[in-house]
Every structure is written in structure tokens, then in C-alpha cells.
Design a binder for this molecule. Structure first.
Ligand code: AP5
Length: 220
């Protein structure tokens, strides 16, 4: 299955992406995670990236599209994948289509998690992440670590993401409205859009996504 997970910052893309890829046995391809790894590694992509992510702006299409192109060429992504946080512009959406056409493949669905702005602010201000376990994120109230302030997996001290500071979050929301929200119409026109209420508890959101995907598959 080839899926795209859409939604504003804090909608739950990373959380659902992790669960869905385990259930569907496909790799999760998260541009946010790949860019953060590049920043930690201090490589060329990382150096080019941080000035954009720290201001809540999108990293230029050319950089991100190339990262995704290379990732989708890897063997484990040949039979399916879930893209988390990509595409974020119409230009990126066109690029995914082109990559898939080269591979003689097509997308199965673009799943959009719908959440209110108030919920986004609440979730992001409560989010803490592990600096070592890239995919591991916690919600201080709803999904806290077992030992306060420390990662369940490796015990490291949890931190707030640099781009989760309030003024950067406001910029990320603006960027989303201006550059990413047009993708809803883009995938609707192509008959690929699946919209799910992302305000409900994590397991209920997962169940809604899986049910919607099964319904689509049955409908052919
Ligand atoms: P990225 O890492 O993709 O950030 P984002 O899209 O802003 O999304 P987040 O990671 O903030 O949130 P999420 O939707 O994954 O929510 P999560 O599951 O963590 O991108 C970061 C930056 O990189 C961008 O700003 C940009 O600069 C750059 N970038 C990335 N991709 C790019 C691209 N394609 N092009 C250009 N630039 C790009 O959940 C949030 C919190 O809520 C957590 O604490 C979680 O525990 C909690 N939570 C999750 N679900 C629920 C629920 N159902 N109920 C209650 N709490 C929940």
C-alpha cells in the first residue's frame, strides 16, 4: 500500500504513522524525521535545513524531493510506504506522482487528519521528544513517559523540539495554511482523499483510518 498522511503540525501524523506502518507492514518515510537526523548529523542537508525549520518555513522543494526520491528507491519501499509530512506543496505532490510513474506504481490514498487549531496548540505545547529515539514522542498529560522527563526506551532526558516554541508553531501553522492546505483539494480531485477526525483518542483515529482504507479497497 502507498499512502500519504496529511495534516497540520501536531495533527498526529507521526503518532499514527508509526502505528499504521506497523499494522500495514510498510516503511514510514517522514521528511521531518529525515531532516532532523540530517541536522544532528551536521551533513550538507542538515546545514541547509535548520535555518528553515527554526523559522517554521518549508525546506526548499529541491532538497526535500531529492531526499524522498532516494528513500523511495530503496528496496524496502518498493512494495509500499507511508509518507509522513510529504508532500507539503503542490510541487512536491507532482514530484511524488512522477517518482511513482517511473516505478510504474500509483498512490492508494492520501489520508488527512483533521484537527482544530486549539487542539494543535495544546498538543504541541505538551509534546516532548527523545533526542536519541527519533520516532519517540510523548504528550505530558495524555501519553506521559513512565518516569517523568525520561524516555521509556532509552532513559534519555526528554526535550522540546526547537520548532515547538510558541512563535515557531504560529509560523508553522501559517506555512501550513498557505502552502500545504491546497493539497486537500489536489487529492480530492484525484479521488484519493480520505478525511479522518483526528481529535479522537489515538486508537480510535487508527481504527477510522484502517476502516476507511478497507472500504476504499473493497469499493475497488
Ligand atoms: P514535521 O516533523 O513533519 O512536523 P509537522 O508536520 O509540523 O508535524 P509534527 O511533527 O509537529 O506533528 P505530527 O502531526 O507528527 O503530530 P505528532 O504525532 O507528533 O516537520 C518539521 C519541519 O521540517 C517543518 O516545519 C519544515 O520546516 C520541515 N519539513 C518537513 N517536511 C517537509 C517537506 N515535505 N517540505 C519542506 N519542509 C519540510 O503528535 C503531536 C502531539 O500530540 C504528540 O505529543 C502526541 O503524543 C500527541 N497526539 C497525537 N495524536 C493524539 C491524539 N489522537 N490525541 C491526543 N494527543 C495526540
Amino acid at each position: 500500500m502507498r499512502l500519504i498522511l496529511l495534516g497540520p503540525p501536531g495533527a498526529g501524523k507521526g503518532t499514527q504513522g508509526l502505528i499504521l506502518t506497523q499494522r500495514l507492514e510498510i516503511p514510514k518515510v517522514s521528511t521531518g524525521e529525515m531532516l532532523r537526523e540530517a541536522v544532528v548529523a551536521g551533513d550538507a542537508v542538515g546545514l541547509a535545513t535548520k535555518s528553515f525549520t527554526d523559522r517554521g518555513l518549508l525546506v526548499p522543494d529541491a532538497i526535500v524531493i531529492e531526499i524522498v526520491r532516494r528513500r523511495l528507491m530503496q528496496e524496502d519501499a518498493r512494495s509500499g510506504f507511508l509518507l509522513d509530512g510529504f508532500p507539503r506543496t503542490v510541487n512536491q505532490a507532482v514530484a511524488v506522482e512522477a517518482i511513482l510513474i517511473e516505478q510504474k506504481q500509483r498512490l492508494d490514498a492520501a489520508v488527512e487528519l483533521k484537527v482544530s487549531e486549539a487542539e494543535i496548540v495544546e498538543r504541541i505545547s505538551n509534546r516532548r521528544v527523545c533526542p536519541n529515539c527519533v520516532e519517540r514522542s510523548y504528550h505530558l498529560q495524555l501519553a506521559p513517559p513512565r518516569v517523568s522527563g525520561h524516555c521509556d526506551e532509552c532513559g534519555s532526558t526528554l526535550v522540546q523540539r526547537d520548532d515547538d516554541r510558541a512563535h515557531v508553531v504560529r509560523a508553522r501553522l501559517r506555512t501550513y495554511q498557505e502552502q500545504t492546505s491546497p493539497l486537500t483539494g489536489y487529492y480530492l480531485e484525484r479521488g484519493l482523499l480520505v478525511q479522518v477526525d483526528g481529535l479522537r483518542p489515538v486508537d480510535e483515529v487508527t481504527a477510522s483510518v484502517l476502516t476507511a482504507l478497507e472500504d476504499r479497497a473493497r469499493a475497488g
